[in-house]
Every structure is written in C-alpha cells, then in structure tokens.
Ligand binder design. Structure first.
Ligand SMILES: [Zn+2]
Length: 321
C-alpha cells in the first residue's frame, strides 16, 4: 500500500455541517481511520495512493473487478439487472453515463435493455477493453465529453469511495452531466458486516478507499453537491448462495460477540473471507440448488429486515436535480 505520507484526508474534505474544518476528530481502528465528531464523516487518515492498472482487472486479487472471473461477471450481471429493473419500473429509460465502468458489466446489461450507453474509465486497460468489446464510447475523463451533453441517468458504482474530493467531484463534474437521475453505490460503512468485522471488514480496503460512507453521510454529501435525494437504500448480495447464507449467519453470531462498531485496532486484522472471494462460479444444480433456494427463502425476511434497517452492505443513493 502506498500513501501520501502525512496528508490527512479529512483536512481536504469540507465538513458536512458547514463549518470550515472537521473538529474535533476521533481516531478509529487504532488511527487507521478518522471520524469528524461534528458531521460523522469517516476517512482513511492518510490519503491512499493506488494504481488502477491492469493488475486491478486481471488475476485473482482484483477486489471484484476481474474481467475473466465468472463469479464477478455473474454477480454483477444480476446486481445490475436488478438495479436497471428498479429504475425502469420508476419510468426512466434513455441515455446512461456509467462513471468508473471498470469491466463494463453495467454497460453490457444496460445495452441489452436498450439504453444508449457511454462509459468513463480512467484505467487504460479497462477502458480500451470495454470499448473494444461493447463498441460504445468510453472516455478517460468527464472533460472529454461534449460540453452540453447530459444523460437521463448517471451512475457511479463503487467509485465515490475512491475519490479524494467527492463533494467537488459531484458538484462540479457530475452534476452538469445529470439530465434526470443520479445513482451512487458505495460500500456501507454502517453495515452489519462493517460493525461486526471492524478493521477486518472486507469492503474497508483502506489502501484504496478514501472515504467510508454511511447512509446519513452519503445522503448529506449528495445534497450538498446540489441534488435532491430521492431514495436511500441498502442492499444485500445480489447472488444468493449457501456461502452467502453462512456469511450472514456468521454476522449475527458476530453481533453477539462483538456488538460495537470501532472496536479493535487495525494491527493484525485480516480481511474477512467473503462470498466474492471466488473467481469461478457454477450455478448450483440438483440437491445443492434445492438447498440454496431453501436457504434463500428461509433467510429472505431477515435479509429484507437488514436492508430496511440500513444494515446491508451495498449503500445506494438515488437523487435528482
Ligand atoms: Zn465534519
């Protein structure tokens, strides 16, 4: 992990309460993170500097963005089909700009559903590959888009947590592109998984993630950037599996033993195993399929309750101008 040594990230983020700086701040996880006691914004204490090169997209240690991982592709296709279904059911369809399109799975699903697609991807490898495979425009930065071009839907899936100045980015670069709706998805720092696993939570990734959002702080940030928040939701894994069932049950057990958020120092914490830590995927068949379906049905009320309580791992804010 590389860091811009000594550069405290919170110093470079405006306080959501409108004050000049965040004060006082409190350390979390032995000082790995810092939280503003006034507005609740949490950031990795020293700003991470991470290279999003080819290694991020190819191989076994990609953080979920491997082009050739059948699991990642299946998981994302389900996730994005569910999402596009919800959006279309609300009456929106047309042009979409996917910012940070990575392996292009969202654009691929949107294209199949008749959306006019444009992508933005800073990583050369991913940008060239998605453009070649899908035949849609993918630019390296928002500044390369025509000045007056707006899109019915602008999406940022797991992008904002990597951005050093998220307020300026949303307000000055994203807002002028939104013709209809904005959708932002990030890992939910207030999730049950984050609370139970603390510094070992799989989506903490302090080597890459600059800001760690909760439903409250993300909604406030989006509003400060000039949007009106339409909906704040948290969602569980899109692809149900026995492994996912065990993970969720493990969280409930962990809640009994380690109920309070922020316990423990970062030293020695190992990232937890996750349902997404496999690269191959075969849909379950036979008895395993029956058991998977049974566990999905049995746990559906619990999963829905976690979603409603804001405790699921994917945090989604939808907003409009
Ligand atoms: Zn603050």
């Amino acid at each position: 992990m590389t860091r811009d040594a000594g550069l405290r990230q919170l110093d470079h983020l405006g306080c959501l309460d409108g004050a000049d700086g965040h004060a006082p701040t409190e350390p979390l996880y032995g000082g790995l993170l810092e939280r503003c006691a006034r507005c609740g914004l949490v950031a990795t204490r020293e700003r991470p500097a991470f290279e999003y090169d080819e290694r991020y997209f190819v191989g076994d240690d990609t953080g979920g963005y491997a082009f050739d991982s059948v699991f990642a592709q299946t998981y994302d296709a389900k996730r994005f089909d569910d999402e596009l279904g919800r959006i279309e059911a609300s009456g929106l369809h047309g042009s979409v700009l996917d910012v940070g399109c990575a392996t292009g799975t969202f654009l691929r699903r949107a294209l199949a559903r008749g959306w006019r697609c444009t992508g933005v991807e800073i990583a050369d490898y991913a940008r060239q590959r998605v453009q070649g495979e899908l035949g849609v425009p993918v630019v390296a930065s928002l500044a390369e888009l025509p000045d007056d071009e707006r899109y019915d839907l602008v999406t940022l899936h797991h992008v904002l947590e990597h951005i050093h100045d998220p307020l300026g980015f949303l307000r000055d670069e994203i807002r002028p592109r939104v013709g209809g709706r904005l959708l932002v998805e990030v890992p939910n720092f207030a999730s049950l998984g984050s609370r139970v696993h603390g510094p070992g939570w799989r989506d903490l990734r302090p080597d890459q993630h600059v800001v760690h959002y909760t439903p409250t702080t993300l909604a406030r940030l989006v509003e400060r950037a000039g949007f009106r928040v339409r909906e704040v939701t948290t969602l569980a894994e899109p692809l149900w599996s026995l492994r996912g069932s065990l993970y969720t049950l493990g969280l409930l057990r962990g809640l009994v033993w380690a109920p309070s958020h922020g316990n423990g120092a970062a030293n020695g914490a190992r990232p937890t195993a996750s349902p997404a830590d496999v690269t191959d995927y075969r849909p379950p068949v036979g008895l395993k399929k029956a058991a998977t379906e049974l566990s999905r049905l049995a746990m559906a009320p619990l999963v829905a309750a976690l979603d409603r309580a804001g405790l699921s791992e994917r945090l989604v804010v939808e907003a409009r101008l």
